[in-house]
Design a protein around this ligand. Structure first.
Ligand SMILES: [Zn+2]
Length: 193
């Protein structure tokens, strides 16, 4: 498969964050197409009476003073769509029809032959795949633990999830590791961890 880092660079180069924000109907104070910087109502932290966020066109970044967080287009999609990194990358490539064909498959990221290499076919393939269905459920569960368990535990779970998502994306059989992660989550739910 293609190197996720290269896909990320391509996305940052090809996708206009301004347009993505407009597509999500965020509440800008000024039309971001006409100004270099503009305030906006933060799309994340709930009611935002004063526009707390600022969008910087030159650096294609969004910053909120209340959230104290900075987003690029990928981070924005991760938070907005509740996705992990690779999911957000796939989502953006598909939604904004980014041509990734010229990025050569990297030998380090060889995907098994049974998995289609184009994003469209890949989406079709994974939508019915049990490991992928399990991954999605586990991802949601882990997100629901945020701020309810210690940051260390949350971080460990989400790192484990990322690894499996990555391994799956590379075409590995992750079913036995998924069971281990599921059991870990069950343990947390029952208060054993
Ligand atoms: Zn905010």
């Amino acid at each position: 498969m293609k190197d996720p880092q290269k896909l990320k660079e391509l996305i940052l180069e090809k996708i206009d964050f301004t347009q993505v924000l407009l597509d999500y109907n965020v509440n800008f104070v000024y039309d971001p197409r006409r100004v270099d910087e503009t305030q906006l109502h933060c799309p994340f932290h709930g009611t935002d009476i004063k526009p707390s966020a600022r969008f910087y066109k030159s650096t294609q970044s969004l910053f909120c003073w209340v959230c104290r967080k900075r987003w690029d287009v990928i981070a924005f999609i991760m938070d907005k769509e509740n996705m992990f990194f690779l999911q957000a990358i796939r989502f953006l490539i598909k939604k904004y029809k980014i041509d990734i064909s010229f990025i050569a498959d990297s030998p380090e990221f060889v995907m098994s032959k049974s998995i289609p290499s184009t994003i469209d076919n890949y989406e079709k393939f994974i939508s019915g795949n049990q490991s992928n269905i399990d991954l999605k459920i586990i991802g949601k569960k882990i997100k629901s633990f945020k701020r309810k368990i210690s940051f260390k535990k949350y971080n460990a779970l989400s790192t484990a999830y990322h690894m499996l998502d990555y391994m799956f994306f590379k075409g590995n059989d992750i079913s036995s590791d998924l069971i281990k992660l599921k059991n870990k989550i069950k343990g947390i739910k029952n208060g054993n961890c």
